[in-house]
Write a protein that binds this ligand. Structure first.
Ligand code: MN
Length: 419
């Protein structure tokens, strides 16, 4: 038998995807190796070999360090997120008592549709922005500057193993685990949405399975059993977190679902697991503010610790075209920004991910990257507000509403002054 002939059947011909007539199989599990469907649903444990090391600076004293001079512009120089100082090891985070660590997971190999989310972290760092370390950064709506209130850093990117999903997800889990283990809030820049499985597992491993709740902004439910046979995909992370017990279904609050998926069987599964889902129809009928109030209430009563998972495709493609699986008819930029700030201030977050930003599909104005960048800024601002005790419902500074400190309309105050 010739081993050089391309059509020669090998010993695995029965699993190679063709029947006796040479026609490809089009159905069922025959496409997959025996035992494939029995593989563990749970990720690993422990943080040994986490990959958050500093092998370029051996012997350096732990702590934060700057990679730019003090007076560099916010749109120039070496682009850490918001020009923040760097940390590279858990020892750095502990030594500096870091409150918030921004990190990247440049991975898009578990996405269907448009690719390119592996460029998300770099784009979110390089977008020209105002509001950054060493620059005037007071949020005009609430008059809080998170850079004055919190110790924050860029923690670099998680190790990625191209072509190896299992190894990558173990690395992501451990990498995020080092941040929560060091007492900091990780803000995770994706990457496709599958990374929420390892990232939220790490957070739940730290705070306790069942103790973490997720407010999940998305056009999609992400509760599929598999995507074309792959258990790890950007359509399955919430299912995996529920199946493993890390984050029970009742600890989920979903906002913004629309379109044509999932099917009724999956919707029934979501109901059985008591997921609290706010479809776009509810938002369209009752208004975003009313639904956001419900989501905040549910986030407060469901679990001890809040994780925000923000799929940028929750926003309408008019506001976020640069994403893998856009669905028209979504929420606006200002809706998502206020939602992230309110949850961070009123409930408080222990982690957040911002995923599915696909810069190659963004427009020339980079509106998707700008929006995602600012969403991270809102999480920082809300976290700073909480630190300062500004946790009232939908807090805004009176001056932002054209009122003075006593609640008088400023225009009238000015008129009275002239009279
Ligand atoms: Mn989505």
């Amino acid at each position: 038998m010739s081993t050089e002939h391309a059509d020669t059947p090998g010993p695995d011909a029965g699993h190679a995807g063709h029947d006796h007539e040479g026609q490809p199989h089009t159905h069922g599990h025959d496409l997959w190796p025996e035992g494939f469907w029995e593989q563990p649903r749970r990720l690993g444990e422990g943080l040994e070999g986490h990959g958050a090391v500093d092998d370029h600076n051996v012997g350096r004293t732990p702590g934060l360090f700057h990679v730019n001079r003090r007076h560099g512009g916010s749109h120039s120089g070496i682009r850490t997120f918001a020009k923040l100082p760097m940390a590279l090891t858990p020892e750095d985070l502990v030594a500096a008592q870091v409150d918030v660590a921004v990190l990247g997971v440049p991975w898009d190999s578990t996405a269907g549709g448009r690719s390119g989310t592996n460029h998300g972290p770099t784009a979110l760092r390089t977008i020209p922005h105002f509001g950054s370390y060493g620059f005037p950064s007071q949020h005009l709506d609430v008059r809080v500057n998170p850079f004055d209130v919190l110790t924050m850093c860029d923690y670099g990117d998680s190790p990625i193993h191209v072509g190896n999903t299992a190894a990558t997800f173990e690395s992501v889990r451990k990498f995020v685990g080092t941040v929560v283990g060091a007492g900091a809030i990780p803000i995770i820049m994706g990457g496709d949405h599958a990374i929420t499985w390892p990232a939220a597992t790490a957070v739940a491993d730290h705070y306790g399975h069942g103790k973490v709740g997720i407010v999940h902004f998305d056009a999609h439910a992400d509760v599929g059993t598999d995507m074309h046979g792959a258990l790890a995909s950007h359509g399955t992370p919430m299912r995996k977190l529920i199946d493993s017990g890390a984050v029970p279904g009742r600890n989920f609050v979903q906002v913004g679902l629309r379109g044509y998926w999932p099917d009724q069987e999956t919707l029934d599964w979501m109901d059985e697991h008591e997921m609290r889902t706010h479809f776009m129809a509810e938002i369209d009928r009752d208004g975003f503010d009313a639904v956001l109030d419900r989501a905040v209430d549910e986030a407060l009563d469901q679990a001890d610790h809040l994780y925000i998972s923000l799929d940028i495709d929750v926003c309408d493609p008019a506001f976020a075209p640069g994403t893998g699986t856009p669905v028209s008819g979504g929420i606006t930029s200002i809706d998502i920004l206020r939602a992230v700030r309110r949850l961070s201030a009123e409930v408080g977050i222990v982690a957040m991910d911002v995923v599915e930003v696909a810069p190659p599909y963004d427009n020339d104005g980079e509106i998707t990257v700008l929006l995602a960048n600012r969403a991270i800024g809102e999480a920082m601002t809300g976290t700073a507000m909480r630190r300062l005790g500004l946790t009232g419902a939908d807090y805004l500074d009176p001056h932002a509403l054209n009122l003075d400190a006593d609640g008088a309309r400023r225009t009238q105050v000015f008129r009275d002054r002239q009279a």
